[in-house]
Design a protein around this ligand. Structure first.
Ligand code: TLP
Length: 338
């Protein structure tokens, strides 16, 4: 099977598994896992933040950020198609008891004036806007990179209005290798940043949340409350370290595969792709010939797995477990359906 459903499907490589066997472990509830401590320190340095917290998933990282930045009854501005808005089971309403205010962006990119319009005035009957979150790269928009000037404008506005900012940087390394802007620079505009080891970086599990000491202290407590205090978790932190040391630069190869795939399928009559959105490792496309689920099924029968993106869109994601020859094979098999 050629699995293009997500970059989360990657399996740990032999070298990664060997690296894990050489790592040292301890009980992280006592703060004694040297591998976790090293990973957290490394990520804090990498993002230029005071501290970092290793968590099981990107969802947990985002939810801990919302919890630590807000109080119940407040409001969080997110983009309409963001992961937090769509794929996190309305967790902000459960865990943080806050309301999300979605703003429709252009390809996932919010306009600063729209954001400004939606910041609540101080009248007592409004909720307080306490957090703005930006997703970079933007998953549902097709791996779109948030322009740095736009990030600066929105985060400057937030600071002026005393509003915290969070970067859902699940795929921030994809943005960074493509633009040459360091993760530290991207992070510098935000109060907190999360990113995932379990996506294009190829680790089996894990994400990290970075921010200042007080913020991470609250997140740490809430990680425990949510039952994700982990013990000899250096086992997976080691995989994350291996991923950081070995799998960042190669993300560019996934972008080449995605762009090649998008270019080729855009030439098939009956397939629509907006090539402008294909900036990193995700391709969002649609077809007028098939209904979405039928297309996914037919392609599966041929040996290619893709997923359903948002609404009418289909999604193919490129990662380290899909080789260029498999990309070509997938294009060939798709073209046979037309
Ligand atoms: N995205 C997954 C699915 O949930 C859609 C995927 O296959 O792309 N932020 C962003 C921008 C994400 O894309 C994801 C996962 C997360 C957060 C959550 O990460 P996990 O799955 O580790 O909780």
């Amino acid at each position: 099977m050629i699995d293009l459903r997500s970059d989360t499907v990657t399996k740990p490589s032999k070298q990664m598994l060997e690296f894990i066997t050489r790592a040292e472990f301890g009980d992280d509830i006592f703060g004694e896992d040297p591998t976790v401590n090293f990973l957290q320190k490394k990520c804090a340095e990498l993002t230029g933040k005071q501290a970092a917290l290793f968590v099981p998933s990107g969802c947990m990282a985002n939810q801990l950020a919302i919890k630590a930045h807000t109080k119940p009854g407040e409001e969080v501005i997110v983009e309409f198609n963001s992961h937090i808005m769509n794929y996190e089971t309305a967790a902000p309403s459960i865990i943080s008891r806050v309301q999300l205010l979605p703003i429709k962006g252009e390809q996932g990119i919010m306009d600063v004036n729209e954001v400004k319009k939606h910041i609540r005035p101080k009248e007592y009957y409004f909720p307080r806007t306490s957090l703005i979150s930006i997703e970079n790269t933007h998953n549902r928009a097709g791996g779109v990179i948030q322009p740095i000037d736009n990030i600066k404008e929105i985060t400057d506005l937030a600071r002026e209005m005393n509003i915290k900012t969070h970067l859902d940087g699940a795929r921030i390394f994809n943005a960074s290798v493509e633009t040459g802007i360091s993760v530290k620079e991207y992070a510098s505009y935000f109060d907190s940043i999360s990113f995932c080891f379990s996506k294009g970086l190829g680790a089996p599990v894990g994400s990290i949340l970075c921010g200042d000491f007080d913020f991470i202290q609250i997140a740490h407590k809430w990680r425990k409350i949510l039952g994700a205090g982990m013990r000899q978790v250096g086992v997976i932190a080691a995989a994350a370290l291996y991923a950081l040391d070995n799998n960042v630069e190669r993300l560019k190869e996934d972008h080449v595969k995605a762009k090649y795939f998008a270019e080729k399928i855009s030439q098939i009559k009956g397939i629509n792709v907006d090539l402008n959105t294909v900036q990193t490792n995700i391709v969002i496309f649609s077809t007028s010939k098939y209904n979405k689920q039928d297309f996914i099924m037919k392609l599966k029968e041929k040996g290619v797995l893709i997923s359903s993106g948002s609404y009418e869109f289909l999604r193919a994601v490129f990662h380290l477990d899909v080789q260029m020859c498999e990309v070509q094979e997938a294009i060939h098999l798709i073209s046979e359906l037309f």
